[in-house]
Design a binder for this molecule. Structure first.
Ligand code: GUN
Ligand code: ZN
Length: 457
């Protein structure tokens, strides 16, 4: 990497030069209405070779992304950071993952409900201990950054201390995050339950302390799923969200058939799974629903009508044998869709791996996804789900400079593969197939460098 001082030397503008830039933007003239159409109509792919990404370090925002010669002419006094053969890509958005499951990824051989009982509840019980939460949170945020994830939507455990510690770790890391203290008060061991009034009191404190902090950290009201919250708790959580309507709501829905049977048995009078959340007032355009594989046509139509998001977690769905999301049907119904790792059921924190699995899942349905659609799902789609697409998710002027610089040199197979590609979309797809954390050279959030692999940070 070569740094060249700008002519004026006192400009706050930095010009990041790289071999190429890939991102997806909203299609020109998109209305931004909540009823959305086909996946392929939701974005426009843009690739710029020998790019100059002009960033105002005083605001952390992008001024322009153009050919380097053009950007240089517009900002002759800018300091140039030359990333050589690097490719600039937006920071990834992981729309669904579980902080206290980091160290139980790869727990073998069960379907969802037995997996929760056997591995997950005992693992999450350890997060009542501040020191467990602290050491895990430091590694969790480091792993996310190493994988190019600049915004995460994370479930913490039921314990207030763990969520507080996780927020603190995200604040120190400089990353963006939405965090929720998971709420559960029935149907699990006492070590992962919290009685309703203490649960709400703790969340009021977490919201007051963290929600909106530095414009980077946000709170999500987080009922785990309908099987582990009493009616009293569900109602209290909906009331909490009504008191703080700019928080988010995250939960799980219709992930696997065994769960569907348990829900039908526990709620014999419910019209369907979604209606349970609807009846409590937990579904709106700030709700992120993990999975949604087994939604009915009626439920899909209603999710779209509410403007809620389905977060697709393909490595998790394959790992637990939960099913193959029909992404086309989900999008055609008008539902917002984002992408999540869902670790610890998910098998990788790398969004490249999640994109590849999304591709494979749709290939198994004979609906292979375009590489541009995969990049959309891992970036702009998550920003749209969070109503943050004016701020993050692509590298357009005015947005925060959340981006990664990747290089193919640490993956010789990928380097050879991209050498014989003819288009940016082909290079992108090769990167989806071969990509992992070895690609990352640098990570910037709001224009500030948060990971610099060459210099050991
Ligand atoms: N449903 C309820 N809890 C969980 C969880 O922790 N992971 C997954 N994949 N599904 C769930
Ligand atoms: Zn999950």
């Amino acid at each position: 990497m070569v740094q060249v001082a700008g002519k004026s030397g006192n400009s706050s503008i930095v010009l990041h030069r790289a071999a190429e830039l890939w991102h997806v933007t909203s299609p020109a003239g998109s209305s931004g209405t909540i009823r959305r159409g086909r996946l392929g109509d939701r974005f426009r792919f843009e690739a710029i070779s020998d790019v100059g990404l002009a960033v105002d370090e005083s605001t952390g925002r992008i001024i322009e992304a153009s050919a380097f010669s053009v950007a240089k002419a517009h900002h002759p006094g800018a300091r140039v950071i030359d990333h050589g053969d690097g490719v600039i890509v937006p920071g990834f958005i992981d729309g669904h993952l579980h902080f206290p499951q980091l160290d139980v990824m790869g727990s073998h051989g069960k379907h969802l409900i037995q997996w929760l009982d056997t591995f997950i509840f005992p693992a999450e019980a350890r997060f009542s201990d501040r020191s467990v939460a602290e050491s895990t949170a430091a590694r969790f945020t480091k792993e996310l950054a190493a994988n190019g994830v600049t915004m995460s939507v994370a479930f913490s455990s039921v314990h207030p201390v763990a969520a507080d510690v996780l927020f603190d770790a995200f604040e120190k890391s400089g990353l963006r995050a939405v965090v929720g203290k998971t709420s559960m008060d029935v149907n699990a061991p006492a070590s992962v339950l919290l009685e309703c009034s203490a649960d709400i009191e703790a969340q009021e404190m977490l919201i007051k302390k963290w929600h909106g902090r530095q414009g980077r950290l946000f709170y999500a009201v987080t009922p785990r799923f309908v099987l582990t919250s009493s009616p009293t708790q569900m109602k209290a959580l909906a009331d909490l969200h009504r008191r703080h309507p700019d928080t988010f709501i995250q939960t799980h829905i219709s992930e696997c058939e065994g769960e569907m049977e348990s829900v039908a048995a526990a709620f014999p009078n419910a019209r369907d799974y979604l209606s349970i959340y609807e009846d409590y007032g937990l579904i709106n355009d700030r709700t992120l629903l993990g999975h949604g594989i087994w939604l009915t046509d009626s439920e899909r139509e209603r999710v779209a009508g509410w403007g809620a998001t389905v977060v697709h977690c393909p490595t998790s769905n394959a790992f637990l044998g939960s099913g193959l999301l029909d992404l086309k049907k989900t999008c055609d119904a008008g539902i917002e869709v984002a992408l999540g790792s869902d670790i610890g059921a998910g098998t990788s924190l790398s969004p490249w791996a999640t994109m590849l699995e999304a591709y494979k899942v749709q290939a198994l349905r004979s609906q292979p996804l375009e590489p541009e659609a995969l990049l959309y799902l891992a970036t702009l789609a998550g920003a749209e789900a969070l109503h943050m697409d004016a701020e993050i998710g692509s590298l357009e002027a005015g947005k925060y400079a959340d981006f990664q610089v990747i290089s193919f040199s640490k993956k010789p197979l990928l380097a050879e593969r991209v050498a014989c590609t003819r288009s940016a979309a082909e290079r992108l797809f090769a990167t989806v197939v071969h990509g992992d954390d070895r690609l990352l050279k640098k990570l910037y959030v709001g224009g500030q460098c948060r990971v610099d692999v060459e210099h050991g940070n």
